[in-house]
Design a protein around this ligand. Structure first.
Ligand code: ADP
Ligand code: F6P
Length: 481
């Protein structure tokens, strides 16, 4: 008889929903796809605050084979752990924005305390033989806290965002503590090989560690596996979403926008819809992207009156100044571009902050001739993969992708690669994409399709868990068989 699968226990700050409620964020999308297939326990923050915080009563919701158990944060924990340490210190640092990073010892203390409390609260749920898989930069200390609380089972960790170069990471006052704490995990997963190399580089240069074979790294008496596991999407489902009635109605709505224009002009114009879909985050390069579109209209005037850029940008972390400032700046710049180029029958740039269901988004992607994905840094970027999966094979759109997105490693085979800091480069890539002949669009799309349908969410989950499972009792010290 086949061995029963070990139970998966996933831990992340955000938990669920498993159903599609139009929420933005790569972690929840990737993890729900993986958990829905395998089942297990998903543990994390409720999204609520209460006076008891991490001492609060836990809530469990069960959907199919997944139990989602969550606890609250106190107001102080929400500020110190989530806003200050996770998103004012770690997020900018790991995205190479030292200029925005703020370090203070009060939030460092609260961050450690919350990691400790979550570990203590998770302990009673753990069973022998579970596979515990902790996610993202909110829980760097969770593994070492679980070990201190007596957990001896297999522990994996996956970082959804970039791991920056060692010399940048070493600016963080707690950089040594964090990397030492990470060594409590058996397997540490990264989005790309660059992230893995940066982590191993830090271990070697800062902690006197040694790079071993088979992706293992040794620091003192700890040996862990550090490996890239690029996250993907449920490509089969996504391509089905794209032909659902909900997707088609969104696609039609957008196509109508251009059809109306064609009728007004009495001519058969080329479809010139460009879309961008990103949380409103400074790492996504939205402002630079707006400048790139403006340069397109300046340097390639044939696009005036017909190219439309639709930027979907749901608000994210709006309580933080850097995010509120970005919103004002984007609104100002969109107004400036529209003021400069709009005509009575044409508004070149439309930005909206609302959420869409995945089916609706798939329809939006399918209506677009070009998808503009130009982060200044991004762990992976699932939007790029979703765009590819949603295309019509007979008339696919073109992906313009930043060289600084993790997805670049898998999609450079077919996308147009840009340096998002270079306005001329972005404008030139847009012009190439808008005028690309059908045969070339098909050829490029086929190559990307292959990558997106191979490196799926299921593959990501299975390959990570297979590596963690193979660690077995011997720990990561011995090479995987
Ligand atoms: P991040 O994790 O940094 O937000 P990703 O591109 O990896 O970036 O993931 C973003 C996810 O959020 C994608 O699955 C995307 O479809 C989803 N998303 C982005 N904007 C919206 C929106 N307006 N409504 C619903 N989902 C969105
Ligand atoms: O993918 C990076 C990430 O931080 C995820 O952890 C998170 O789901 C998403 O961005 C949205 O951010 P937040 O959870 O801060 O709203």
């Amino acid at each position: 008889m086949a061995e029963p699968e070990s139970r998966l226990v996933a831990v992340s700050n955000r938990v669920g929903p498993l159903s599609d409620e139009g929420q933005a964020g790569g972690l929840v999308v990737g993890l729900s796809d993986a958990l829905k297939r395998r089942g297990g326990l998903w543990f994390g923050w409720s999204g609520e605050t209460s006076d008891e915080g991490t001492h609060s009563q836990e809530r469990t919701e069960v959907e199919g084979n997944v139990a989602m158990t969550t606890i609250d944060l106190t107001e102080e924990e929400l500020n110190g752990f989530y806003y200050d340490y996770a998103n004012r210190s770690l997020w900018p640092l790991l995205h190479y924005r030292l200029d925005l990073a703020e370090f203070d010892r009060a939030s460092d203390r609260i961050y450690r305390k919350v990691n400790h409390r979550f570990a203590v609260r998770l302990m009673p749920h753990l069973k022998e033989n579970d596979l515990v898989w902790v996610h993202d930069y909110h829980f760097f200390y969770m593994g070492s806290e679980l070990r201190q609380a007596g957990y001896n089972g297999r522990l994996g960790y996956f970082l959804h965002i970039p791991f920056c170069a060692p010399e940048v990471f070493s600016a963080l006052p707690a950089s040594h503590d964090i990397v030492r704490a990470l060594l409590a995990y058996d397997v540490i997963g990264f989005q790309t090989d660059t992230d893995r190399r940066n982590f191993v580089g830090f271990c070697v240069r800062e902690l006197g560690g040694r790079k071993l074979e088979d992706g293992r790294v040794e620091v003192g008496d700890r040996t862990v596996i550090a490996k890239a596991f690029p996250i993907g999407i449920d490509a089969e489902s996504y391509s089905r979403f794209a032909v659902s009635p909900e997707a088609s109605s969104h696609e039609e709505m957008l196509l109508d926008m251009s059809r109306d224009r064609r009728n007004l002009k009495g001519e058969e114009a080329e479809r010139k819809l460009i879309v961008g879909v990103d949380r409103m985050d400074y790492s996504k390069g939205l402002l630079e992207r707006f400048y790139g579109f403006e340069r397109l209209l300046e340097d390639y005037p044939e696009n005036r009156g017909c190219a439309i850029f639709l930027q979907v940008a749901p608000l994210s972390r709006s309580e933080l100044d850097a995010y509120a400032d970005l919103r004002s700046e984007l609104e100002r710049t969109a107004g400036h571009i529209n003021g400069r180029f709009a005509t009575l029958d044409w508004t070149p740039l439309q930005m909206m902050t609302r959420g869409f269901t995945r089916k609706a988004l798939a329809g939006i992607y399918r209506a677009a001739r070009v998808c503009l994905v130009t982060p200044l840094r991004d762990g992976m970027n699932l939007v790029a993969k979703e765009f590819v999966a949603a295309q019509d094979p007979e008339d696919p759109g073109v992906l313009v992708l930043s060289r600084f997105a993790g997805a670049h490693a898998e999609l450079e085979c077919g996308c147009i690669v840009v340096n998002p800091y270079n306005t001329d480069d972005v404008a030139g890539a847009l012009q190439t994409a808008l005028t690309m002949p059908l045969e070339e669009r098909k050829r490029r799309w086929e190559l990307m399709r292959e990558a997106v349908f191979t490196g799926t969410a299921q593959h990501w989950c299975q390959s990570f868990l297979a590596t963690l499972e193979a660690v077995g009792e011997a720990g990561a010290g011995s090479p995987p068989s």
